[in-house]
Design a binder for this molecule. Structure first.
Ligand SMILES: [Zn+2]
Ligand SMILES: [Zn+2]
Length: 278
């Protein structure tokens, strides 16, 4: 099995060392993992992210682990970059300087509103969901005019605190998905949503079904912020993914996507005696 979304203590809200993450992943039979730590640049604001000056330290730490564990697990390195057009030049410079395996794009902020923060959950509770979704989709469309990323994380994140997509936004999301298909960008199935109030993965099964219909590639990520979350809820998510008709997951090397058969991954993980989920 693979897990393409693992954080590190460099983002300042994740615990357990990178080495611990690799050892835990090996112990559960993972065949490939990708560190995908936050790069959030919001001038004048503190960010729960590595600092841009730490990207080289992070990149080198991944290279050391790739080599150290090369006979036991494939290790990849990438960034989860927060979309912020104001700093696009800096993002492009950083992503071009280091040969990461994948660059992912996320939207965690709508202006001042932090969509993911639990402390702002009350805002979500009182905010008109149509306003939330229209602002989010507008930002997603703008993000898709840029080309620095290969993968989109948790594409329907505003549902985190329980307010699902209202019908009027479905056709807009479908339209955005066709842009994603045209650009050859992959979509992440992010299992952290099972532990959030919404209680399901990102994206929801109906959005994932449209991805499948359009032929959009998908990968899977736990969004682990500590080692024991690696691979969490994958059995549930994989059942859903396969039910929708996907036969492959996408992985990346040097920014090039490649496909891995789900059936092969599941059986190899089972054969290696994975303890819990798969
Ligand atoms: Zn995080
Ligand atoms: Zn994220």
């Amino acid at each position: 099995m693979i897990d393409y979304h693992i954080h590190t203590p460099l983002c300042r809200h994740s615990t357990g060392s990178m080495d611990d993450c690799v050892r835990y992943a090996v112990s559960t039979g993972m065949t490939e993992i990708c560190f995908l730590d936050h790069l959030t640049i919001r001038p004048g604001k503190t960010a729960k992210s590595m600092d841009p000056t730490e990207v080289s330290l992070y990149f080198n730490a991944v290279q050391v682990l790739k080599d150290r564990y090369k006979n036991r697990i494939r290790i990849k390195g990438g960034l989860e970059v927060d979309f912020n057009p104001e700093v696009n030049g800096l993002i492009e410079a950083l992503t071009n300087t280091f040969s990461f395996d994948v660059i992912a794009a996320s939207i965690h902020f709508l202006g001042e509103l932090d969509i993911v923060s639990r402390s702002e959950a009350w805002i979500h509770a009182h905010m008109d969901p149509d306003l939330l979704y229209s602002r989010y989709l507008e930002q997603l469309r703008e993000m898709l005019t840029y080309d620095y990323f290969d993968l989109i994380c948790h594409i329907d994140l505003p549902k985190k605190f329980g307010k699902t997509f209202s019908g009027s936004f479905r056709s807009e999301m479908d339209d955005i998905l066709s842009v994603i298909k045209k650009k050859g960008i992959a979509v992440e199935v992010n299992t952290s949503g099972y532990d959030h109030p919404i209680g399901e993965a990102y994206p929801s099964p109906d959005i994932l079904a449209v991805c499948r219909k359009l032929g959009i590639s998908i990968t899977i990520g736990s969004d682990a912020h500590h080692p024991e979350s690696i691979g969490k809820h994958f059995a549930k998510a994989l059942a859903q993914i396969q039910k929708i008709g996907y036969k492959h997951l996408t992985a990346f090397s040097n920014r090039n996507p490649f496909k891995i058969r789900i059936a092969d991954m599941v059986s190899s993980t089972l054969n290696s005696g994975c303890p819990k989920e798969i």
